[in-house]
Design a protein around this ligand. Structure first.
Ligand SMILES: [Zn+2]
Ligand SMILES: [Zn+2]
Length: 367
């Protein structure tokens, strides 16, 4: 992201909020990808506007510079703030009818709805079993009143007579070099090439309105952090009945308090009392999803050894054989001994022929 947000919008640092709005309108129109602009430039412009139009973020930027983050307007719909984004900003700015009414026909906008990304947080337990999740998204959805067609009587839109369906018209403009023809977006149809004779009032002829939608999503077992589940056609609805975008559910697996994951393997650390390490015994380890594993510890186990609990890990995507749980053995050496204990251990050392304070170097350790 550009460091100088004022520069991106051609503004001075003392610009008033109206100036910022005006500058953004102008720049967004210039760089909108649907109007043939550069997507990266458009992102920069939008980001600059997001920061500078918010008094709190602007003050922070003035003091500390750009943190590069983009914040989403929709709250509960997405815990990670990556749904909406630019679309939300445009909707907030121009109203959900952006395109048909916002720019007077200048931007070319695709009729197809945009894709939407929504994050879902999962626990290890849910990764083990899979889960059905209710997901709430706030996106432009087909208008009920006109069945998504945009016309008051629900009839399908027809080819725009103003531009013959191309969405563009030739316009003669006066320039210092004389009159020249330029192509411009058709005002009559908002540059989409399609029009309705009598626009639906509830959606202003768009055929879609921003609405909160709830979907139950089946999340299979074994997903990894960052995996996406596509829901075809469940993203933003298309304009006037055009094709809808897709909805992507992106999984974020929450860290577990004592288990680490590596593919379908799980790892944890088990601390044994010194006497258990010497004599062997049984340890109980909480099992993922409830219950316990009883694990036999052989006498004389060494710190750093690994005990495997087979098929106590996670399945791969879509289920199947579970991986193993790896128990990394640690041995707890008592930090303090009572007087009797010291005497006892002293005797034992004598029995083993070990002089107190003995040690030997077995390998070179490079820090
Ligand atoms: Zn409608
Ligand atoms: Zn037209």
């Amino acid at each position: 992201m550009a460091a100088d947000l004022y520069g991106v919008l051609d503004l001075r640092p003392d610009a008033a909020s109206d100036d910022i709005k005006r500058a953004y309108r102008r720049k967004a129109r210039e760089h909108h990808p649907d109007a043939g602009g550069d997507a990266e430039r458009f992102k920069e412009v939008t980001h600059a506007y997001e920061v500078l139009s918010d008094p709190e973020r602007r003050a922070r930027y003035d003091r500390f510079g750009d943190d590069g983050t983009t914040q989403s307007r929709s709250g509960s719909a997405d815990p990670f703030g990556f749904s909406g984004g630019i679309g939300d900003v445009l909707d907030a700015f121009f109203g959900s009818g952006f395109g048909s009414s916002g720019f007077g026909g200048a931007p070319q906008r695709e009729s197809k709805g945009r894709d939407v990304l929504v994050g879902v947080e999962m626990t290890f337990e849910e990764v083990l079993t899979g889960v059905t999740r209710r997901v709430s998204v706030e996106v432009a959805s087909a208008c009920d009143t006109c069945a998504g067609q945009g016309s008051a009587d629900g009839s399908a839109p027809v080819r725009c007579s103003g531009c013959g369906g191309s969405g563009r018209v030739q316009r003669m403009v006066r320039t210092p070099l004389g009159r020249m023809a330029t192509a411009a977006g058709c005002d009559a149809c908002g540059a989409t090439g399609r029009s309705v004779s009598d626009a639906c009032r509830d959606c202003r002829g768009e055929g879609r309105r921003v609405q909160r939608r709830e979907l139950d999503i089946d999340i299979p077992a074994g997903l990894e952090d960052g995996d996406r589940i596509p829901q075809r056609g469940q993203g933003e609805s298309g304009r006037q009945g055009a094709r809808a975008g897709d909805l992507y559910i992106q999984v974020q697996v929450a860290p577990h308090p004592f288990l680490a994951r590596e593919g379908r393997s799980l790892h944890t650390r088990v601390k044994l009392p010194l006497t258990t390490a010497l004599l062997g015994g049984t340890v109980r380890v909480p099992a993922l999803g409830g219950g316990e594993h009883e694990v036999e510890v052989p006498a004389g186990i060494q710190p750093g050894e690994i005990l495997l609990v087979t098929r106590a890990g996670l399945p791969v995507r879509g289920g199947g054989r579970r991986g193993d749980l790896h128990l990394h053995i640690d041995v707890e050496v008592p930090r303090r001994l009572g007087r009797d204990e010291r005497a006892l251990v002293g005797q034992w050392a004598e029995q083993r022929g070990e002089a107190p304070g003995e040690g030997r170097v077995v390998e070179v350790v490079r820090p």
